[in-house]
Design a protein around this ligand. Structure first.
Ligand SMILES: Nc1ncnc2c1ncn2[C@@H]1O[C@H](COP(=O)(O)OP(=O)(O)O)[C@@H](O)[C@H]1O
Ligand SMILES: [Mg+2]
Length: 296
């Protein structure tokens, strides 16, 4: 099982969009050339844009009303020393087809987070506990999944233990970054938070953890890119972060998408031209994860 956190401390850089695009690619991967990869997304952002795009607003509200969220799961795990079953908190999005062109979409399991349970969890969980919980999550979910994605919120720091443990439970943190000064300015905070989470983990339970920048809303011909990519490369080199060669261009259709139109079933059709790009990003992610899997 491989797990990835998608995180940048700046909002609007494409964390959720890249999560959704990668979820589509990874859920259509065949493992050992036989079965579809089993994929789980844990949407750690209480705004739930990724989980709403996958399951719809009504379903997500229902799950939150019934306390069937990731934090409710973890709160039970904190209470019950033997641990608890994850399955009641996971909602399956069955394999479907896109609405118009009937392109295949794989099955994806989803967990979301709601604010009051998150606040309670943050009160009850100590930072030392995050390592135990991250290890618990990895151990328990690795039997059931080939890939887990954590979609993180922006504007966090070391007090946000849920986000810290999501990074600790991940083999790699993928950092969507725009080649703009304002995004580059946020990279320091982003890297600081990633290092804080990972250093705690490495101190306690050392294992290989990598970090990678993936450029979004990028056009290599622009002055902005030429001006800023070296700066991004320098920051990456200093901090031992990989910069993916593949990137996502700025897509007008994505830029003008609304909550209603950023629906998983329409994403592939609307942004088909960007799918090759996403596939390349997925292949780089697979390569850096030391996996030998082919995408369709
Ligand atoms: N490559 C892109 N081109 C144009 N717009 C994009 C692109 N990627 C994301 N967006 C848009 O930017 C906004 C923020 O993206 P989102 O994925 O929600 O960011 P985050 O999760 O980092 O806050 C959304 O409206 C999204 O549709
Ligand atoms: Mg988001």
């Amino acid at each position: 099982m491989k797990s990835y956190a998608v995180y940048n401390n700046k909002g609007g850089v494409g964390k959720s969009t890249i999560s959704l695009l990668l979820l589509d690619i990874f859920s259509s991967i065949k493992v050992g050339d036989i079965r579809q990869a089993r994929v789980l997304v844990i949407d750690v952002d209480t705004q739930s844009s990724t989980s709403i795009s996958l399951l719809g607003n009504r379903r997500i509200q229902e799950l939150k009303n019934k306390n069937l969220t990731f934090c409710n799961n973890l709160l039970n795990a904190l209470k019950n020393k033997k641990g608890v079953d994850f399955s009641p908190y996971i909602t399956k999005k069955e394999a479907t087809k896109t609405t118009k062109k009937r392109l295949k979409l794989g099955a994806i399991d989803v967990m979301c987070v709601k604010k009051d349970s998150l606040i309670e969890f943050e009160k009850k969980c100590s930072i030392e506990n995050t390592i135990k919980i991250a290890t618990y999550i990895k151990q328990n979910l690795s039997k059931n999944y080939d890939f887990i994605f954590f979609d993180l919120p922006a504007n966090i720091d070391s007090r946000n233990k849920l986000s810290m443990l999501a990074m600790q439970a991940s083999d790699m943190v993928l950092i969507p970054t725009e080649p703009t000064k304002i995004t580059i300015n946020a990279l320091n905070d982003t890297i600081e938070n990633i290092k804080y989470a990972q250093n705690l983990m490495m101190h306690d339970k050392p294992r290989e953890m990598k970090n990678a920048i993936v450029l979004n809303k990028t056009d290599r011909r622009t002055k902005q890119y030429k001006l800023h990519h070296k700066e991004i490369d320098d920051i990456a080199r200093e901090n031992n972060i990989i910069v993916f060669e593949s990137f996502l261009p700025s897509a007008p259709t994505l830029a003008s998408s609304t909550d209603e139109t950023l629906c998983f079933e329409t994403l592939k059709e609307k942004y088909l031209t960007y799918y090759d790009k996403t596939k390349k990003i997925a292949l780089e992610l697979i390569k850096h994860s030391n996996l030998t899997i082919k995408t369709n």
